[in-house]
Design a protein around this ligand. Structure first.
Ligand code: IDP
Ligand code: MG
Length: 156
């Protein structure tokens, strides 16, 4: 099982798209194990996006991410990191395929609705930035045995 950090960015919250985006992850069979509405501080945005420092869009990105509340989520499943990235679609809304979150809900290249960790290392780091100890819950989901084939003892 993998857990990934998903952020519904300020445009998703302001546009009232949280429920529809969360539903896509729930419909897919992924499990939400952490969620909170928060206002990202400039310091946290800078740490989270440290790899992008110095790029032309960096200041705008930090300004955007701190401009209004976001919904951060910890989402779990087998291969959750790759599955969530493919559900999100390409970075730019103008280029993202139809059927993806960015492809279906936006046209902007900077206001692109959602962040998702891009590797296991990034997921571990980012979950640690946005969730305090005890805020990600290891809860038993009663539908688990119908979401995954558990006959071999492990989720398949
Ligand atoms: P990702 O979110 O798909 O992983 P990254 O390349 O890691 O994309 O970029 C992080 C975020 O920075 C993007 O989601 C987007 O909000 C913003 N961004 C990236 N490239 C550009 C750009 O060329 N113009 C404006 N914003 C950009
Ligand atoms: Mg990225």
């Amino acid at each position: 099982m993998e857990t990934t950090l998903i952020i519904l960015k300020p445009d998703a919250v302001q546009r009232g798209l949280m429920g529809r985006i969360i539903s896509r992850f729930e419909d897919k069979g992924l499990q939400i194990v952490g969620a909170k509405l928060m206002q990202i501080s400039p310091e946290l945005a800078a740490t989270h996006y440290a790899d992008h420092k110095g790029k032309p869009f960096y200041d705008g990105l930090v300004g955007f991410m701190t401009s209004s509340p976001v919904l951060v989520m910890a989402i779990r499943g087998v291969g959750a990191i790759t599955i969530c990235r493919s559900m999100m679609g390409a970075t730019f809304g103008s280029k993202a395929d139809a059927g993806t979150i960015r492809g279906d809900f936006g046209v902007s290249n900077s206001f692109n609705l959602i962040h998702g960790s891009d590797s296991p290392e990034a997921a571990e780091r980012e979950l640690g930035l946005f969730f305090n100890a005890g805020e990600v819950l290891n809860w038993d989901r009663m539908i688990q045995g119908w979401v995954y084939d558990m006959s071999g003892g492990a989720p398949e």
